[in-house]
Design a protein around this ligand. Structure first.
Ligand SMILES: C[S@@+](CC[C@H](N)C(=O)[O-])C[C@H]1O[C@@H](n2cnc3c(N)ncnc32)[C@H](O)[C@@H]1O
Length: 207
């Protein structure tokens, strides 16, 4: 896979300096661990893993974790952590499911944190997640609830969060069942109109 450096490439080396990002990943990891049965036997894909904050929080609990992202620099940071911590059950994968078909890989758990809103074709990515999951696998999506666009500000090309009912219907159309939502965390952020709190959900669905 080739591609021009992205804004995420430029932010990779300083990404983990924000304690809020670490705390959010820990909270979502705890919620996933409480909702998904049999973690110890599951292989996991974290899609849009960035520096691997969520995947590496779950790594001690799962059989293997693959940290996938389209950003070469994010993956370099994630790979550095895997090497420094001598983690034996984690690897990185450069992957952009929006740019091509899903690879012939299967996982028992697919997780994604704050990435779905960056992917224009929601139905397409949910179908790709479904293809990547083995039967009985779980999908966990954590992302922003519907917002007015002030989270990213003017010019952002992605989604302004998600309406839970709409995303739930899309998950079911993609083939998932037993879809449930909970509020997982909040993000405090300065916007053009001052500081705001943005709620975010965790959706858990079964293949
Ligand atoms: C907001 S960051 C979240 C990173 C990480 N999940 C976290 O919570 O710290 C979004 C991540 O999604 C990745 N990303 C954006 N579009 C992508 C795509 N089409 N395929 C794979 N990764 C993508 C970016 O490179 C970035 O690492």
């Amino acid at each position: 896979m080739t591609g021009q450096p992205t804004d995420f490439d430029a932010r990779a080396r300083t990404w983990d300096r924000d304690p809020a990002k670490l705390e959010r990943a820990q909270r979502v990891a705890a919620a996933i661990a409480a909702r998904v049965p049999g973690l110890a036997a599951r292989t996991m894909l974290e899609y849009g893993a960035g520096t691997g904050l969520l995947g590496l929080a779950l790594q001690p609990l799962v059989a293997h974790v693959t940290l996938a992202d389209s950003s070469r620099e994010m993956l370099a940071v994630a790979q550095g952590k895997i090497a420094a911590r001598r983690v034996g059950n984690a690897s990185t994968l450069r992957l952009d499911l929006a740019a091509g078909p899903a690879p012939e890989l299967r996982f028992d758990l697919v997780c994604t944190l704050m990435t779905l809103h960056h992917i224009p074709d929601t139905d397409g990515i949910l179908r790709a997640f479904h293809r990547l999951l083995s039967s009985g696998g779980f999908l966990c999506v954590a992302d922003l609830d519907r917002e007015d666009g002030s989270f990213h500000g003017p010019g952002f090309q992605g989604h302004r969060g998600f309406d839970r009912a709409d995303l739930g219907a899309r998950l079911e159309r993609a083939g998932f069942q037993n879809v449930r939502f909970e509020t997982a965390f909040e993000i405090e952020k300065d916007t053009g109109a001052g500081p705001r709190v943005f709620p975010a959900f965790l959706a858990v669905a079964e293949r």
